[in-house]
Ligand binder design. Structure first.
Ligand SMILES: [Zn+2]
Length: 61
């Protein structure tokens, strides 16, 4: 129903998992967003824009 509202904070759940944090830049506002390598997309905390891993990789060079 409203499962968007209480998503667990990222960071704690990552320990022990085989993922690497990736620094991305939001294509919308340029805010730096941290994403984990097992995620396909995340949401920019600043503007609410979806930041996909594709965009992340693209902006990484
Ligand atoms: Zn943004």
């Amino acid at each position: 129903m409203k499962d968007e509202q209480d998503r667990p904070l990222k960071g704690c759940a990552v320990e022990g998992r085989n993922v690497a944090p990736v620094a991305c830049r939001c294509p919308e506002c340029g805010h730096e967003v941290e994403m984990f390598s097992d995620e396909l997309e995340t949401t920019c905390p600043q503007c609410g824009k979806d930041v996909t891993m594709e965009v992340c990789k693209f902006g990484n060079r």
